[in-house]
Design a binder for this molecule. Structure first.
Ligand SMILES: [Mg+2]
Length: 357
């Protein structure tokens, strides 16, 4: 896989998230009051500066760190539970949101402090309007140690907090069925409605095919075929079918016909529609945040798609330059390529950076 595409996927996701950070759930009328008739055309200061991303990107980075750790653990010890690694990574994220480690870590962990690489970055210790479902279910895991799953749903939520964080699952396997299954399980840790976790499975397969160089329509077709095999797929399938049937540029009005992006199935369908009807990442990222819905999440999900499609080099330089933690994102992407590549590192430093869970 091209490094360009993976870096692009993560960076554009973060850029889209940051472009929409200020206006999550603001109406398009309110956005235009804030920015002028053209709507959002650049970063708007939010959370203390320009280019600051939100929980969507924070959690995506923790997902990726977990995948690297589980893969390294598998090589080192011969076995790993990747779902558990992801749960523990989300507990570390919960800790960055202000929950003391003793309450966040969960009863199965005896670690005196959160470990690994991401928690060494102070800028991640910042609340950026974290999703209440994610927050509440991870707090509950901190108390009970009981994991949510597709077969044992933790609630009936189909919020977009599951889909928005799973783009990196694309790296785990070349098999779309396995990527789908794992992304759905990662989402089901906090979201128990089928549209909350099947959106995640579908999204991760699309990203996987894009990273492999497939055209978007082919990637979506592969993902829909996979989706159709899972119980409860009808709502996500209908949302995607509606997005594919729409034509014309992705105006705020057309996006509103698809939904608000605050639930899994429309966060994905709106993002696919924008990616299909734009011809460069700039216009896609701006269209993905200029609507009355959940702008940071559609910016993040659509950003993951178009970044994987067009690659890092196609992204606007002035956005990259002002993006928070850009170097951390790039290093994590490159570490993932190393871990999942043909010559995985085996030095002591690597296993200190990506320790056994
Ligand atoms: Mg957010």
């Amino acid at each position: 896989m091209e490094a360009q595409r993976l870096r692009g996927c993560l960076l554009a996701g973060a850029i889209g998230d940051a472009l929409g950070a200020k206006t999550e759930f603001d109406s398009i009328e309110r956005i235009r009051e804030l920015t002028g008739p053209a709507g959002i055309t650049d970063f708007i200061p939010a959370y203390g500066g320009e280019g600051r991303f939100t929980d969507d990107t924070q959690m995506t980075l923790f997902t990726l760190e977990a995948l690297i750790r589980a893969h390294a653990q598998q090589r080192q010890t011969g076995s790993a539970d990747v779902v558990q690694s992801v749960q523990l990574a989300y507990q570390r994220w919960l800790h960055t949101q202000g929950v003391p480690w003793e309450r966040a870590r969960g009863p199965h962990s005896a670690l005196a402090a959160a470990d690994g690489e991401l928690v060494t970055h102070a800028a991640l210790f910042s609340r950026r309007a974290p999703g209440l479902t994610c927050f509440g279910e991870l707090e509950a895991y901190g108390r009970s140690g009981v994991r949510g799953s597709v077969s044992r749903p933790v609630n009936n939520s189909k919020g977009c907090g599951g889909v928005m964080r799973v783009a990196p699952v694309a790296l785990w396997s070349a098999d779309p069925a396995e990527v789908f299954r794992l992304a759905a399980e990662f989402a089901a840790l906090t979201h128990g409605h089928p549209s909350g976790y099947l959106s995640a499975g579908t999204f991760a397969v699309i990203v996987q095919r894009l990273l492999a160089g497939s055209p978007l329509l082919d990637a979506v077709a592969t993902a829909r075929a996979e989706l159709a095999r899972h119980p409860g797929h009808e709502e996500q399938e209908a949302a995607l079918a509606q997005a594919l049937a729409m034509s014309g540029p992705p105006t705020p009005e057309r996006l509103a016909e698809l939904g608000a992006g605050n639930v899994g199935e429309t966060a994905l369908s709106m993002s696919v529609y924008v990616a299909l009807t734009t011809e460069d990442p700039d216009s896609a990222l701006l269209a993905a945040v200029n609507h009355s819905g959940d702008s940071d999440s559609t910016g993040s999900v659509c950003g993951n798609l178009v970044g994987a499609m067009y690659g890092e080099a196609a992204l606007r330089v002035s956005w990259l330059e002002r993006l928070e933690l850009r170097d951390v994102i790039i290093r994590l992407a490159d570490d993932a390529l190393a871990e999942f590549g043909p010559d995985s590192p085996s030095d002591e430093g690597w296993f200190t950076r990506y320790p056994v869970d």
